[in-house]
Design a protein around this ligand. Structure first.
Ligand code: ATP
Ligand code: MG
Length: 578
């Protein structure tokens, strides 16, 4: 491919709308353009990367014994009504009607459609296991599409589904995917970690997420220094600590706290540590209001609240609800005298003498004993794990890191097969529901995640395994016929060798060419100009280390082949499952 003919509209300025590095660089490198919120067009360089990611995913899915199919993006609402998700999936499901007034949606995931396919064909245990997947477009009407490809509304996903006759077999399917995902992310050249995860709206028994470690990650993962424990903080259980103070708490007392809004401000004003301040949140769970208490230095975990309440959805209550419940403006909620079910994190148990909101404007209460002064409905694990908590498995030291979720595997059990009557006859001729698993990989999100993990001040540093081109050949003297003839010769040689080479044949200054080559993140730069031609060499450097080497023109095929394989090997040794 010649740069002069490549549609790669690079930008000099950093686009203002982009918040994260991958979004900025994808726009600047002319790889994507926004159509409207959460909808992006992939330009040639981006599509080349996506195809490479897909090829790696496809080869490992095939290797694991999964077969590729292609299901429609448009799905009938009736199937979603069978599983109850038509009501429960929420607004991310984009629904519409056809000309006959029938309900349809754009597929955000394909459990229903795949299970419909399977239930129509599978009759006997002999036809199981059945393991299928597709690489396709998904649509989710995300509430906050952002960060470019990281959280789009339309995106590319690999979704796989397994149907088994027994739990033991289903666990084998799950393990096949767990192992395949490890191979996939290693081959993609990424640093990643598999973590225990919540099952969310997909549901099911247990699941793992695969996280690319990067500061821009929207997820936080907790992992132990001593054992293999690693989990999304959404999921990581906190071990209850026995703390009994035995302090006699003076009578509760209202104190004025004007201009103190945050936990820190209140703690400062009242001269208490933040651990002695109680945060009270009014939440709406399936339409009912509840209060949740956590310690001032802790963060409430809505997924844990949801699980404790057995609710379909939990959200922060609207300001109207908070004002009606507390009879005060937002910001002064407290548990004393509150006429709502109150759930408290168990870190608050067994201690007393807290500061809480006073359910009145500019007022807090000091010396609150929760058991004496409030009516706690139940204590439970309702907060995020911290680095002060012990590992829930071994008691070891916990660390936290940011991650981007690029894959998610679920053991679904019989949730969908029971609802949709996906049954088979077992060896005894008894009708049973199939056991199901589902397995997603965010193909387009991987493109963004790879950039988040691999970039520098000059631009993208693509892992060679997924880079849009293997190398870029820069002609530094396009007006010089001798140089140009040699460059053309080398270009032809590289093409004949099967190397994906981008020839920068533009009549531009060297500086512009180097800048663009860096921005695009192509792993190898080859440079030929008057001086190097006179020396009989091509200057090569790799995008990551920038170390320069000289490849003799006379022995170019061998020296280039060795050089490229060295770059690949170097990168492979960096990709790891931490
Ligand atoms: P998230 O928690 O990030 O919203 P999810 O848990 O809803 O994702 P899954 O249903 O597990 O996502 O989907 C499988 C994979 O699809 C995810 O691991 C992720 O890589 C990708 N994915 C999900 N939502 C998006 C999105 N809005 N844009 C791009 N990729 C996405
Ligand atoms: Mg997920």
């Amino acid at each position: 491919m010649r740069f002069s003919q490549l549609y790669v509209p690079t930008l000099k300025e950093t686009p203002a709308e982009a918040e994260v590095v991958s979004h900025k660089l994808l726009l600047r490198a002319g790889m994507i353009r926004k159509l409207t919120a959460g909808l992006y067009t992939y330009l040639p360089c981006a599509l080349r990367v996506l195809k490479k990611i897909e090829a790696i995913v496809r080869s490992e899915m095939d290797r694991a014994g999964f077969q590729e199919v292609l299901l429609p993006v448009v799905q009938p609402g009736d199937l979603w009504k069978e599983t109850g998700r038509w009501e429960h999936y929420g607004k991310e499901l984009l629904r519409f009607k056809d000309r006959n007034d029938r309900d349809y949606c754009l597929g955000p995931t394909h459990e229903e459609v795949m299970t419909d396919l399977v239930r129509g064909e599978v009759r006997s245990y002999r036809q199981l296991p059945l393991r299928l997947y597709q690489l396709h477009t998904k649509f989710r009407d995300e509430i906050r599409p952002r960060f470019g490809l990281m959280r789009g509304r339309e995106f590319i996903m690999k979704d796989g589904y397994s149907y088994d006759a027994s739990v033991a077999d289903a666990e084998k399917s799950y393990q096949l995917m767990h192992d395949a995902y490890h191979r996939i992310f290693m081959r993609l050249g990424l640093r990643f970690r598999a973590v225990e995860a919540d099952t969310g709206s997909i549901g099911g028994n247990f699941s793992h997420e695969f996280m690319v470690l990067a500061d821009a990650g929207e997820d936080t993962i907790a992992f132990c220094h001593n054992c293999q424990f690693a989990a999304n903080v959404e999921r990581a259980e906190v071990v209850e600590q026995e703390v009994l103070e035995g302090v006699v708490c003076p009578a509760a007392q209202a104190v004025p706290t004007p201009n103190a809004h945050t936990v820190e401000e209140i703690a400062n004003l009242l001269q208490v540590p933040t651990t002695k301040v109680v945060k009270t949140m009014i939440l709406t769970a399936d339409g009912k209001n509840v209060a949740v208490l956590v310690r001032g230095d802790h963060e409430v975990n809505l997924i844990k609240v949801q699980r404790l309440l057995g609710a379909e959805s939990v959200d922060l209550a609207s300001p109207d609800v908070v004002e009606a419940a507390t009879k005060a403006p937002v910001g002064f909620a407290g548990p004393c005298g509150l006429d709502l079910p109150i759930y408290a994190d168990f870190a608050l148990k067994g201690q007393n003498d807290y500061v809480t909101g006073g359910n009145a404007k500019d007022t807090h209460l000091m010396h609150v004993d929760l058991n004496r002064d409030a009516k706690i409905t139940a204590y439970g694990d309702l907060r995020n794990i911290t680095t002060q908590d012990p590992c829930p498995r071994c008691g070891g030291q916990i660390s936290l890191a940011k991650g981007i979720e690029v894959g998610h595997i679920f053991m679904l059990g019989q949730k969908y097969s029971t609802a949709m009557h996906a049954t088979f006859l077992n060896e005894e001729g008894v009708e049973k529901d199939m056991i199901m698993g589902c397995y997603g990989i965010g193909i387009s999100r991987i493109l963004a995640a790879a950039i988040e993990q691999n970039h520098d001040e000059h631009g993208i540093v693509f892992p060679p395994q997924i880079a849009p081109f293997n190398c870029i050949l820069l002609n530094l003297d396009v007006v010089n016929p001798e140089v140009t003839a040699k460059v053309e010769e080398i270009y032809k040689l590289l093409c004949d060798m099967g190397v994906e080479v981008l020839l920068d044949d533009r009549d531009e200054r060297a500086g512009v060419k180097f800048k663009d080559a860096d921005l695009l993140g192509i792993p190898i730069q080859l440079v030929l100009g008057k001086k190097s031609l006179a020396k009989g060499i091509i200057e090569a450097s790799d995008r990551q280390s920038k170390v320069k080497v000289e490849l003799p023109i006379a022995d170019f095929v061998k020296s280039y082949t060795d050089y490229q394989s060295q770059i690949w090997v170097n990168w492979s040794t960096q990709s790891s499952s931490l």
